[in-house]
Design a binder for this molecule. Structure first.
Ligand code: AMP
Ligand code: ZN
Length: 134
């Protein structure tokens, strides 16, 4: 049996609050939610993160996240949606089974961006673009 808690949720050996399921993906409520209806969307097969996922698997999770976002908006009357996908420790991933956070949003929900907004230095933009595209 898998040691991965999200694989255990897919297998049914750990409980979850199922929101959505299709052939490839499973979605359930986050038990430490950022807000009402915060849902995690995962592939049923174990894939660690964005870098280890093949493009088809990642796209299936993204498509399921879109369905879940629409479902939550329709049922909860949310005014917007934030989708997060963290990969690896440096990317803030804590559960090492690929997942997308789908967070219904309201204008007055009090959540804030996890980074400070500041204008980029144009030389920095050109330097990083050169490294990415050379
Ligand atoms: P991340 O930090 O992106 O890896 O997110 C992992 C998320 O999984 C966190 O938001 C946790 O609250 C959530 N989580 C961990 N264990 C469970 C569980 N058994 N059921 C539902 N959500 C969980
Ligand atoms: Zn897993």
């Amino acid at each position: 049996m898998s040691e991965c808690i999200f694989c255990k949720i897919v297998e049914g050996s750990l409980p979850s609050h199922k929101v959505f399921e299709n052939d490839d993906c499973y979605a359930f409520l986050d038990i430490f939610p950022a807000g009402r209806g915060h849902t995690l969307v995962i592939p049923k097969k174990h894939v660690r993160d964005i870098h280890e996922a093949d493009a088809l698997t990642y796209s299936k999770v993204a498509a399921a996240a879109k369905d879940v976002a629409d479902l939550l908006a329709a049922k909860l009357g949310s005014e917007g949606t934030t989708v997060f996908q963290m990969s690896r420790e440096a990317g803030w991933q804590t559960v090492l089974h690929l997942h997308m956070h789908v967070i219904p949003r309201w204008k007055d929900d009090g959540l804030h961006k996890p980074w400070d907004i500041a204008p980029a230095d144009d030389a920095d933009l050109r330097e990083v673009l050169q490294q990415i595209t050379k």
